[in-house]
Design a protein around this ligand. Structure first.
Ligand code: UT7
Length: 326
């Protein structure tokens, strides 16, 4: 008989580059203001990677912290799934650089590209590997040097993003029949490529042969975000026979406080059950959810055994949600 497993979150880690850029610093360079940015987005500041810091460096720091918190040796990891939109190179996968830096030569390491929904996608892929017994312990990382994709003359996008990385260690444990067994309970992924041009980068290896810059129709993305996120949260709750009330902490992708507020309102979720980091990190794309999870764990809000709901949307459009018993 096939043995199935549950992927328990055994550890979590985060890394933020040292340099902090305030809204006022941006306002000194472009036609914007601290007031506008705070009122329209909730963002106060963001971290920006040093010139000699690559996505793999951020990812490695977060991964080491996650392994530390799990009390796990890197040699016990047999899968690395790294969500990023800003890989070190077009190929190979940035995950292989992290793997080598951790001294791991067995198992698999690859990247997942779903932009801001990347961490939910990566968690889903790693979870399925573990559930089927094809991997034992996985590092799931969201890492971005997203500011490298910004057009600093486009005030509609350049004020919104930051750099950072977060990681979780998933450990496979045989299903034990306990309804409260810890781990990932379900993930739900969607994309609709008809909306490709709402949020994209105007460059790439097969088109312009350069990296390009982020382009976004912000208000359009905003409308899709609130609708699609509330739908996928309902889908995730229903799949687990749960209601919003059962969830201890909602940990959304941190793009814009108004999107988070709007989605919570639509779902009837009070804001004191929502973890917010957008004010300090801005939008770190695939890194935002693990960074927010880490913040919630570090300050003692998220506790073992509690139900956590994560959700995200980004370019594609691609979106998704997941339910975890922490
Ligand atoms: O993580 C992936 C998902 N991405 C998102 O979720 C982003 C979704 N969209 C948004 O968060 C919002 O649409 C933005 C924050 C990007 C923009 O906020 P908005 O309230 O939708 O503003 P808007 O684009 O409708 O622009 C309103 C005004 C415009 O001026 P006019 O045409 O009314 O004179 C903009 O030119 O605000 C102006 N504006 C700015 N003003 C000062 C746009 N950016 C700025 C800025 N500073 N940085």
């Amino acid at each position: 008989m096939t043995q199935f497993y549950r992927a328990k979150v055994a550890g979590i880690g985060a890394y933020l580059p040292e340099r902090v850029v305030t809204n006022d610093e941006l306002a000194a360079r472009i036609d914007t203001s601290n007031e506008w940015i705070i009122e329209r987005t909730g963002i106060h500041r963001r971290h920006v990677a040093a010139d000699d810091e690559a996505t793999s460096d951020l990812a490695l720091n977060a991964a080491v912290a996650a392994l530390d918190s799990a009390g796990m040796d890197a040699q016990d990891v047999d899968l690395i799934v790294l969500a990023t939109t800003t890989p070190d190179s077009t190929f190979p996968a940035t995950a292989t650089k992290v793997q080598a830096a951790l001294g791991i030569t067995h198992g698999a390491a690859f990247d997942v590209q779903a932009v801001c929904a990347g961490f939910v996608y990566a968690l889903s892929v790693a979870n399925n590997q573990i559930v089927l017994g094809q991997a034992k312990n996985a590092l799931v990382i969201g890492a971005e040097t997203f500011t490298r994709l910004l057009d600093w003359d486009d005030r509609g996008t350049c004020v919104l993003f930051g750099d950072g990385a977060g990681a979780v260690v998933l450990a496979g444990e045989p299903l034990d029949g306990d309804a409260n067994q810890r781990g990932v309970l379900s993930t739900h992924l969607h994309s609709d490529g008809r909306h490709y041009n709402l949020l994209y980068v105007d460059g790439g290896p097969s088109t312009t042969q350069d990296t390009g810059h982020v382009r976004m129709l912000g208000p359009e993305v905003f409308k899709h975000a609130v609708n699609k996120l509330s739908h996928v949260v309902h889908e995730a709750l229903e799949a687990n026979g749960m209601e919003a009330n059962d969830i201890a902490w909602f940990v959304p992708h941190q793009a814009n406080k108004r999107i988070i507020d709007g989605t919570a309102k639509k779902l009837g979720v009070p804001m004191d059950k929502v973890i917010l980091t957008v004010q300090d990190h801005a939008n770190t794309s695939a890194a935002s959810i693990p960074l927010a999870l880490e913040a919630g764990v570090a300050d003692g809000r998220i506790k073992e055994g509690e139900l956590i709901l994560i959700e995200a949307i980004g370019g594609g459009l691609s979106w998704g949600a997941g339910v975890i018993r922490w």
